[in-house]
Design a protein around this ligand. Structure first.
Ligand code: APR
Length: 246
């Protein structure tokens, strides 16, 4: 159990904040049953990201990715529900304390918890787009195809389908990244929840916030390379720390 006085300090920092931003990674969704990418039981320990999450490999061998989607990703994301940590951030937004959640996650759980202002740096796997006609399909509809057709094709034009997520080797959506940078530059409290803070350019955002005078708090089970810039660090479970706040 974390030291209650540190919870009080976090509570006070949030109360004093006028423009708070949260930055989330896979760790916030771990307690919803979605594995993280790194750490002991990380996804990338079992599946090579070069083969399963790289854009060049996706175009060379799309069935590799779609089989991974069918057998590994879809089942956990489809049944995942928001947990107490997602709910706490949504409540802080409803109370007018939290302006924006910048997320690296592609699971849509922060929006499902009720948050309205979510910047998805790496996209959202619940949206599957046709690279030919641009039509957007739900991941459930596409999943239906996978028993008979791998890789799936656009039901409207037979074009190639791709999850609306940023693969390694792709750039982040410019408008989303610009909004995230601007939110990091103008906040007075930057709360990191469940990220190893090793993937760029996302991991520069806490540094940007700090450089613009924001107080930084990190809630992450394992130490991160940016713990040194944080005023407060919890190496604990996100839902345990955030669940006490609201
Ligand atoms: N509560 C808090 N933190 C947790 C919990 C938990 N219950 N469970 C795990 N963690 C922490 C781990 O200690 C780990 O440092 O969450 C962190 C998750 O780190 P990563 O798996 O690296 O996830 P993330 O930082 O979001 O990765 C960034 O990398 O592969 C790409 O695009 C992918 O968006 C992802 C990006």
């Amino acid at each position: 159990m974390s030291d209650p006085t540190r919870h009080d300090l976090l509570q006070r920092m949030i109360e004093e904040s006028k423009r708070m931003v949260a930055f989330t990674g896979a760790g916030i969704s771990a307690e919803s049953g979605i594995p993280t990418y790194r750490g002991d039981d990380g996804l990338w320990n079992k599946y090579d990201p070069v083969k399963f999450a790289n854009i060049n490999h996706f175009f060379k061998q799309p069935d590799y990715y779609w089989n991974f989607f069918k057998e590994v990703r879809y089942p956990v994301i489809h049944r995942a529900r928001p947990n107490k940590a997602h709910a706490a951030l949504a409540q802080l937004e409803q109370k007018g304390k939290l302006k924006t959640v910048i997320t690296q996650n592609i699971d849509g759980l922060q929006q499902a918890a009720g948050s309205q202002h979510v910047l998805e740096l790496h996209g959202n796997t619940r949206r599957i787009v046709c690279l030919k006609c641009g039509q957007c399909h739900s991941m459930e509809d596409v999943y239906e195809q996978l028993d008979t057709r791998l890789p799936p094709l656009c039901p409207d034009c037979n074009g190639t389908l791709k999850p609306d997520v940023v693969f390694f080797g792709e750039s982040l959506p410019t408008d989303v990244l610009e909004d995230a940078i601007s939110a990091s530059q103008s906040c007075d409290l930057f709360l990191v929840v469940g990220s190893s803070l090793v993937v760029q350019p996302a991991a520069t955002l806490p540094v940007t916030a700090r450089q613009h005078g924001a107080r930084v708090v990190i809630i992450n089970r394992d130490p991160t390379p940016l713990d040194g810039i944080a005023e407060l660090v919890f190496h604990s479970s996100a839902s345990e720390v955030l669940g006490c706040l609201v």
